[in-house]
Write a protein that binds this ligand. Structure first.
Ligand code: C2O
Ligand code: CU
Length: 497
């Protein structure tokens, strides 16, 4: 598939000199509405080249453009800036792990050195790489034993905002997360620079399976089935995730008492890459004093759309371009939709501005999936699907048991697909909580937008996704609430020829 491959091939096919020509067939390069970023150079309405349509599935590249080592170790963190925590599990001793940033099309090679007491792996969330590099234990690779190493090599395409994390058990909630940024050759929107804001949860001790805490009510936060009754339902049905007893919410590894601060200059256009890397938290995100021009969903370009806030579940990402037109000190806040911890917070401070950052009100408009329109669609998904799966998400017997079509992963039959098929999955959520469902190795269409993770609302929420089976292998499809995956809400999608 590869949207950006088709764009690149198109550029190559036209001699690479045709940016301006291509811009001519996209919309509004001279915007009169200064609150919307200019659509720069994307060939939004250009036809993909014939070569692009016959897509090549990813292979493991031989030579790397960029080499890194990530050492997984235990160590303290200091989310409030003073106290040091009990040992957390970290990449290179920090949380979030180091930002990996590469150019679109570069081959990135990362050696994982495991200095943890347990086996681990790294998954490159969202990147449609070759199957052996996907980091799923006992599916695409053997777990990397303590003192062991494993080298991941993949081509960084398409461009986008991604993250990496451990894919073993509940390790993600010990802080084994980090951002992975793949920069576009030719962004479809104008911006001056970008920053990354990654949200997650702060758990003081070691994560426990949901069965350990759901029965007691999840430490006060409505854990477990039915625990949420009576709490108000926010965000159009994204209601009542069951969550462990988190000690707080983090933005870039920091508690709201100790927010990271970004300096911003009046007049600039700042691209903010928001990543939800939490184990179980759906956030609603807003920025004081500014609207958010959403430009990318799960890293992939969308027609810019302006909103006051958006909600996203574990595994989702949004990029927003902020026009710096309102000097002062402003807070980026991410509230838990289900919990009542202090919102995760970061500060945007205009040069020279003093004082306490002012918070977003969250009473403006809220982004919905229906507002999002991909700049480029996946080829080959026109018409009716070659194969359809009806998938029911439900709670099993006993707390912390989660099922797909009545089966509890890993004791579950794979879904078989064949290369080249247009595959449809119709999701029906018969549980009372929302599930952020993530497909490895592929982007999918949900309505008019391309994503790799989609929220399926609780109480009979229904979502249909369509993808092109263009990346052979065994791919996990699962709930990105890691407690739900741990409790069985996963399935392998297996290519059978
Ligand atoms: Cu971030 Cu299996 O996923
Ligand atoms: Cu779930």
């Amino acid at each position: 598939m590869n949207l950006d491959i088709s764009r690149r091939e198109l550029l190559a096919a036209t001699g690479g000199a045709s940016l301006s020509m291509l811009a001519g067939c996209s919309s509004s390069s001279s915007s009169t509405d200064s609150s919307t970023p200019t659509v720069a150079s994307a060939p939004a309405s250009a036809e993909p080249s014939p070569e692009a349509a016959t897509s090549q599935s990813p292979t493991v590249p031989k030579n790397a453009d960029q080499q890194r080592t990530l050492t997984a170790t235990t160590g303290p963190i200091s989310p409030n800036g003073t106290e040091r925590s009990n040992p957390a599990w970290l990449y290179d001793g920090q949380t979030p792990g180091p930002e990996l940033r590469v150019a679109e099309g570069d081959v990135l090679q990362v050696s994982l050195e495991n200095q943890l007491p347990d086996p681990t792996t790294i998954h490159w969330h969202g990147i449609p790489l070759a199957n052996p590099m996907d980091g799923v234990p006992n599916v695409t690779q053997a777990p990397v034993e303590p003192d062991g190493t494993f080298t991941y090599t993949f081509e960084a395409v398409p461009a986008g905002t991604y993250f990496y994390h451990s894919h073993i058990g509940l390790q993600l909630d010990r802080h084994l997360i980090g951002p992975l940024i793949v920069e576009e050759e030719s962004p479809h929107v104008a911006f001056d620079r970008d920053i990354v804001v990654i949200f997650n949860d702060y758990l003081r001790g070691a994560p426990q399976p949901e069965s350990e805490w759901a029965v007691q009510g999840g430490g006060g936060m409505g854990g477990g089935m039915g625990g949420g009754m009576g709490r108000n339902q926010m965000d159009g049905g994204m209601n009542m995730a069951s969550r462990p007893d988190y000690a707080g919410l983090l933005a870039n590894g920091r508690l709201p008492s100790n927010p990271s601060e970004f300096t911003i200059e009046k007049g600039e256009w700042l691209r903010v890459r928001f990543i939800n890397a939490s184990g179980a938290t759906t956030f609603r995100v807003g920025l004081g004093g500014h609207r958010l021009n959403i430009t990318h969903a799960d890293g992939q370009p969308v027609e810019p759309v302006t909103t006051d806030s958006f909600a996203f579940g574990p595994g989702e990402r949004y990029d927003a371009v902020v026009e710096a037109n309102n000097p002062g000190a402003w807070a980026i806040e991410a509230r838990s939709v289900d919990g009542d911890e202090q919102p995760a917070t970061a500060t945007l401070r205009y040069e020279g501005a003093t004082g306490t950052p002012r918070k977003p009100s969250f009473d403006g408009n809220q982004l919905g999936y229906g507002d999002l329109h991909a700049v480029e669609s996946i080829e080959g998904l026109q018409g009716s699907p070659d194969r359809t799966f009806d998938v029911t998400l439900s709670a099993g017997r006993g707390p912390g048991t989660w099922l797909i079509n009545g089966q509890r992963f890993p004791d579950a039959d794979p879904f078989a697909v064949k290369a080249g098929e247009h595959v449809r999955i119709r999701l029906n959520n018969r549980s009372p909580v929302a599930h952020p469902m993530h497909l490895h190795g592929h982007f999918f269409h949900v309505g008019d937008v391309l994503k790799d993770t989609v929220m399926v609302p609780g109480h009979m929420g229904r979502v249909t996704i369509d993808f092109l089976a263009d990346n052979p292998g065994e791919w996990l499809f699962h709930c990105h609430n890691i407690y739900h995956l741990d409790g069985g809400m996963g399935r392998i999608i297996e290519y059978t020829g």
